[in-house]
Write a protein that binds this ligand. Structure first.
Ligand code: KG4
Ligand code: ZN
Length: 349
């Protein structure tokens, strides 16, 4: 077997995702999005997510296989996200992976959702493009709805967490801010981004949290600061300055992310910098980070394609390939279970 074909599954949150990958190449990346089911709650409703995953997963598996033009005989391994994520949601993917592995006689590669986001910056299309070299050390800022982590990878698969959020994640802060500002809007990151486009980021100075020597982050205080600010305004003032407040809030969140990244680049001198996870889709964040990191003369990569920016299974398949290379393969997967709070730090090969 040269480079194995991997069928990957991710049901960590509100998207039912299945992909077929070969090494870093994406052969298919299918998804059923549940956004419309959760929008009225302004967040993910776990039992609804579970039911929707159960209803759609078989069809998404079929679609991923069809789009990849592979059949079960050509699939070598099944990769599945075991955590972190919502327990009831993860459960569906893990059970389906075990069921399929049993039926088709495959082995399972368990993958951490955040290592998936890490590898999304090295994803390739079926032709092998873009061919970004993986040069170490790689410094990676992972910003999603559940996580904010600064990772140093000195060699393939060796994750060192330099810092992480002590409370809310950056994406979570944006989601909560969108709810406070507009009363709805899910996911909130794109809502804030759109409002901020025509706002003044200097309108209000939110105190940048955790500006200490650590690489840790904190976003619950800034959310409370926003709440108090909004309470101090009349409805009319709030409406008048909605865009300015969104821009100021977004600026503070990104500023704290990037100041620490900038300092870590100077300290660890990485060969490559990557910024991944749902929040990395933000155009303003990309512009700001490129401008700030230009002085270091190091390449900054974002997820290779739009389809691997948010949650998806192709990134799980790619992470699965690197795990396979290190021998992280379960012949006996009977004990495999979801680990909703699993950390990259505990990953062992
Ligand atoms: O990685 P992801 O899709 O799911 C998790 O693993 O959490 O990240 C979702 C997060 C949400 O908080 C969402 O508001 C945020 O990514 N997000 C954005 C943008 N698109 C999605 N945040 C800022 N700007 C965006 N354009
Ligand atoms: Zn994610």
């Amino acid at each position: 077997m040269n480079i194995p074909n991997i069928l990957a599954i991710d049901t960590s949150a509100d998207d039912t995702c299945v992909a077929v990958t070969q090494g870093r190449r994406i052969l298919s990346n299918a998804r059923f999005s549940q956004i419309s089911l959760h929008a009225e709650f302004g967040g993910i409703y776990p039992t609804i997510a579970k039911r929707a995953h159960q209803e759609h997963i078989d069809a998404v598996v079929k679609r991923a296989l069809r789009l990849s033009r592979k059949n079960w005989k050509e699939i070598d391994y099944i990769a599945v996200t075991y955590g972190p994520g919502l327990a009831p949601a993860l459960d569906v993917g893990v059970k389906k992976a075990k069921e399929l592995a049993e039926s088709y006689g495959k082995q399972i590669i368990p993958v951490n959702h955040m290592e998936g986001h890490f590898y999304s910056c090295f994803a390739q299309n079926s032709q092998g493009n873009p061919d970004r070299p993986m040069q170490f050390p790689i410094l990676s800022l992972l910003v999603s709805g559940g996580h904010t982590e600064l990772i140093l990878m000195k060699e393939q698969g060796n994750y060192q967490i330099l810092g992480e959020t002590q409370d809310d994640a950056a994406g979570e802060a944006l989601d909560k801010a969108a709810r406070l500002l507009t009363g709805g809007g899910y996911p909130g990151g794109p809502v804030i981004e759109k409002l901020a486009r025509t706002g003044d980021p200097k309108f209000h100075h939110f105190t940048r949290p955790m500006m200490d020597d650590s690489y840790n982050y904190s976003y619950s205080g800034i959310k409370t600061a926003l709440l108090y600010l909004l309470e101090s305004y009349s409805q009319q003032e709030k409406l008048e300055h909605l865009n300015d407040i969104a821009a100021s809030f977004q600026e503070a969140v990104f500023d704290s992310l990037l100041k620490k990244l900038d300092r870590a680049v100077a300290e660890y001198k990485p060969a490559i910098i990557t910024i991944a996870g749902g929040v990395s889709a933000n155009t303003y964040l990309r512009k700001k980070s490129r401008a700030l990191l230009k002085k270091h003369g190091v390449a900054v990569y974002f997820p290779s394609f739009k389809t691997v920016e948010g949650d998806n299974a192709a990134m799980i398949g790619i992470a699965g390939y690197f795990a396979y290379e290190k021998g992280r393969i379960l012949k006996d997967f009977s004990a495999l279970d979801r680990i909703p709070r699993s950390s990259l730090a505990s990953l062992k090969y």
